[in-house]
Unconditional design. Structure first.
Length: 240
């Protein structure tokens, strides 16, 4: 099992929902955190809560719809002088549900791709080479199991593009201790998933961070978090 104690983990979309649950789990394992949200005020309470677990926590902010803000955030992280060993690209946006899908506006695609594809790709391109130089690291990109859905075309397409980028990049590290994988949390009752989703947010633990703790040097797979709901990390790793 990959040891996360005293390492630094960067998590996007950490103010609430699945990102918050992932951050809390990582902190409970002794992992230090850099938490992203659109505004630092959104993570103030999370920072305070997780610091009580005895780990170090920083907050950064960026609207992932704007690549220049993503670049500025990455520069701010670099300025901290820390070694980032783990990245959880959790943040995502489902912009709209279009019953009149032939009238889907261009903005559904541009915003979805900026947030769900381009921002995580930029983050991978920034941290992955440093991990490769050191010979160790973990990146987990959050995807979606959505398919055959014309009503959320921008969201669906942007996640499919993220899958392609991740799987292609993974070929460069497969077999090494730098592991790049995808996680599908399933349809959960979050702000993004809505109140009618079948799964409680807590059901993503431990699956949503399983790619961090895996130590089998396999990259490029999609981990279905719901398959591991309620398991201990040790039991989940044994069935991965």
């Amino acid at each position: 099992m990959y040891n996360v104690k005293d390492k630094w983990c960067f998590i996007t979309g950490a103010a609430r929902g699945l990102g918050y649950l992932a951050a809390k789990y990582m902190a409970e394992q002794g992992c230090n955190l850099i938490l992203h949200s659109r505004d630092k005020s959104h993570t103030e309470k999370v920072v305070e809560e997780l610091e009580q677990l005895g780990v170090k926590v920083y907050a950064v902010a960026a609207d992932l719809n704007y690549p220049e803000q993503v670049s500025a955030m990455l520069e701010e992280i670099d300025a901290l002088g820390l070694q980032i060993d783990i990245v959880l690209n959790n943040a995502g946006l489902q912009i709209a549900y279009r019953t009149e899908y032939f009238q889907t506006p261009v903005e559904d695609y541009t915003i979805s791709f900026n947030v769900n594809t381009i921002a995580p790709a930029m983050i991978c391109y920034h941290f992955m080479p440093k991990m490769m130089e050191r010979g160790s690291g973990r990146i987990v990109n959050t995807t979606s199991g959505i398919e055959y859905d014309v009503y959320q075309a921008g969201y669906s397409a942007s996640k499919a593009a993220l899958d392609k980028i991740t799987i292609d990049l993974a070929t460069k590290v497969d077999g090494s201790d730098v592991m790049l994988n995808l996680v599908d949390p399933g349809w959960c009752r979050t702000d993004l998933g809505g109140p009618n989703a079948p799964n409680a947010p807590e059901s993503v633990i431990p699956g949503i961070v399983l790619g961090v703790f895996a130590d089998d040097k396999k990259s490029g797979r999609i981990i279905r978090a719901q398959e591991f709901a309620g398991m201990t990390m040790e039991a989940a790793l044994a069935t991965l």
